[in-house]
Design a protein around this ligand. Structure first.
Ligand SMILES: C[S@@+](CC[C@H](N)C(=O)[O-])C[C@H]1O[C@@H](n2cnc3c(N)ncnc32)[C@H](O)[C@@H]1O
Length: 331
């Protein structure tokens, strides 16, 4: 008996069918929608969609096999995010169209409500951490990376820029206010926003010690609806505390005046899971390219960057992004 050798190869069709299969389920489409502006862990997604963890793991596996989601491991936690469609690849147009159609729909109200609950849990973890750490703050922050390690690099980038007389600065999350004297010296007015009253008290003490008369401290969430903009917006070791840093960057970039600067200091990606426990970090640093991409999407132009290697194996990135002078509509 002669063996029939198949003359038709199916692989490309297999890939397309994996994509179609992944998109062929309402729950999976809802998961893609939920991941449009955030990255969630499997337990969080199971909570949001009110199904068991193993059921959710199965759906995520199907989405991952189709290349619709990717994972990012942070210590023991695995976060899922959407992937970008690649037009030139097989299925790229279908992938893009699927996301566009999905994004045109709203998540069911129950799922939206549970996302708010998950966000509330994350925020409570952060707040709890900060209130417990109040007096140990300096030591804990210095455990990984503190202002003394990145101050010179940050000032080097800052002092390369020319700001006119009357220029203003906004520091988000000043913590104990260690950088405020440097800003107060260079800008006519400085505003510092922190959503933690205990931190703000420490910053206030710093202002008193240095006699800073041009610094205003505000107890507020930096992502709230505040009519605040400045010529220079500074984020030192803050971005990794936001659950959705891409969105936070987009929002905070909106506070940069045309021609102004955004300075971001944060850790480069790392895998030291204990930082989450010890320092309340939601993100274990950032991929340098992610930051540049997010800033570009927010209408900023990536400028120079400095990297500070530390003896403890961590690395700090100090980044400058500029809003073009004529850009008055990006808010
Ligand atoms: C790790 S500390 C960094 C402090 C300081 N910039 C430094 O580099 O030492 C993060 C700071 O951001 C503040 N923060 C976190 N989320 C915030 C938010 N949504 N709005 C305003 N401040 C926030 C915290 O209260 C804290 O003071």
């Amino acid at each position: 008996m002669s063996l029939r050798i198949p003359s038709i190869r199916h692989e490309p069709f297999d890939e397309l069918s994996a994509l179609a299969k992944a998109g062929g389920d309402p729950l999976r489409l809802n998961v893609l929608r939920a991941l449009a502006h955030a990255s969630f862990g499997v337990l969080e997604l199971a909570q949001i969609f009110d199904i068991g963890q193993s059921g959710m793991s199965h759906h995520l596996k199907v989405l991952a096999q189709a290349g619709l989601v990717a994972t990012r491991r942070e210590g023991n936690a695995i976060f899922y995010r959407r992937t970008l469609p690649e037009r030139s690849q097989l299925g790229g147009r279908l992938h893009r169209a699927l996301l566009e159609e999905v994004d045109a729909l709203a998540l069911p109200a129950e799922a939206q409500g549970r996302i708010a609950v998950v966000e509330g849990q994350r925020a409570a973890t952060r707040k709890d951490f900060y209130s417990r750490m109040e007096d140990k703050f300096r030591a804990q922050q210095a455990l990984i990376a503190g202002l003394p390690q990145y101050r010179d690099s940050l000032l080097a980038l800052l002092d390369e820029r020319t700001f006119g007389p009357g220029a203003t600065a906004l520091e988000v999350g000043p913590g104990d206010g260690g950088f405020l004297p440097d800003l107060a010296q260079r800008f006519e007015r400085v505003t510092a926003l922190d959503n933690d009253a205990a931190m703000l008290e420490m910053a206030r003490a710093q202002c008193r010690t240095h006699g800073l008369a041009n610094v205003e401290l505000q107890l507020a969430d930096a992502l709230g609806e505040l009519p605040l903009a400045a010529d220079c917006v500074v984020l030192n070791m803050v971005l990794h505390h936001f659950s959705d840093p891409r969105r936070a960057l987009l929002r905070l970039a909106g506070r940069v005046q045309p021609g102004g600067s955004l300075l971001v200091t944060d850790l480069c990606s790392h895998n030291q899971d204990w930082a989450r426990e010890a320092c309340g970090d939601l993100w274990l640093g950032f991929d340098q390219e992610d930051l540049a991409r997010w800033a570009t999407a927010a209408g900023l132009v990536p400028g120079e960057s400095l990297y500070v290697g530390l003896r403890n194996g961590f690395q700090i990135q100090v980044r400058h992004f500029q809003r073009p002078a004529g850009d008055t509509h990006h808010r």
